[in-house]
Design a protein around this ligand. Sequence first.
Ligand SMILES: Nc1ncnc2c1ncn2[C@@H]1O[C@H](COP(=O)(O)OP(=O)(O)OP(=O)(O)O)[C@@H](O)[C@H]1O
Length: 416
Amino acid sequence: MTDTNTDTVTDRVEAALRAVRDPQADLSVFEAGFVENVVVEDADVTIETDMTALDGDTANQVVQAMLRAVDDVAGVEGVHVERTTPSSDDRASVREFDHVIAVASAKGGVGKSTTATYLACALAADDDVALFDADIHGPNVPELLDVSGPVQSSEEGDPLPVSVGGLDVMSVGLMESGAPLAWRGAMAHDALDDLFTNTAWRNDDVLVIDLPPGTGDVVLTTLQEVPVDGVVVVTTPFHASVSDTSRTVELFRDNDVPVLGTVVNMAEYVCDCCGEPNDLFPEEAVGDLDAAVLAELPFTHDLQGTPTPGDVPAPVADLASEVDAAIATAGEVDVPDAAVDIRGLAPEERKARVRERFTALDGGEPFVLVSDRDPTPVGNFLGRLADAPRAAFDPFEVRRATPDDWVLATIRPSGE
Ligand SMILES: Nc1ncnc2c1ncn2[C@@H]1O[C@H](COP(=O)(O)OP(=O)(O)OP(=O)(O)O)[C@@H](O)[C@H]1O
């Protein structure tokens, strides 16, 4: 009997998983129906799960608990969890978009809806674009585009977006009742989720989502459940707004939401009388931003009217080009030359590649891994290779660089 006997490992893995509970129902993850299959290949374990019944945070907690439980099983060298989520399987309509761009802000009133709406109109010059107003507490998009409800239904009974010059628009503000403004928390999320999931979009190139301000539950859950290519964060150049925005950017990154960059809105005002540009806020604040500046939009009456899809003021057209460029590279990871890239490799090859490159390092040398799975469990494998406890890896940073790529950066422990 050895640890690599797959039957034995499978039994032990299943026993370890039975100890992981559904925090909401006090059932084991098997009884709760979260585990669909456990595959053991050599010493690599894949847990196939369906946690669509759980909210994003609880599902993440359960995944982490399963990873920890299985990671400690004798004979297991690697473990990962494959999740069936609404974002990956059930949202056929949303999945049909080539690109999904969210527009967010740390605070209200900085011009997020203006930016989202003008950006959608700018992108509509070349693409079939949809705009979803998820700003549940202040759905301004209908007003900005001068459209109103009620929303019509398709033959299947799904809400049809309103078409504005070829741009598909859906907003809680288009629903007949005034209820959305009073929605809160889970209720707000469920209502939005229904509208978002069921809308029968006609356009399918680009979807722009106008998020509510801040980083509350609705924002983070929406971003985790929707396959966004990236978020554009809007700020004014005022120093308090810039520092809030930097924290927001960090929070998005911590939650694995790729940040395409920031829009500095109301950057300057050009005097109507003399044509002289004036800064509205002290300029140096922008230097503190922790993300690329995609565009600086002036304070101008041109951005206060009703935008026309496909025909926007020059600064917004420039912003759309920057966003296009950022999206094109958001799907690529900047892999450092020295990194070990195991994306697309079979389990055995992955381990062999990691072992070969890691064991060639001296203590104190950096190790960077690029993977198409969350590489957190690789830490234990590295620990065994270095004959060092997992805690000896400091730093040990895992970053989700794109929805499909993770980067692990650590240093081989010196091992004294
Ligand atoms: N660059 C700009 N030039 C002139 N006016 C602007 C500009 N950006 C925004 N505004 C004006 O500022 C006000 C607030 O803008 P907007 O509604 O887009 O902000 P918001 O961040 O989406 O606000 P909320 O948090 O309330 O949704 C609006 O009256 C809008 O017309």
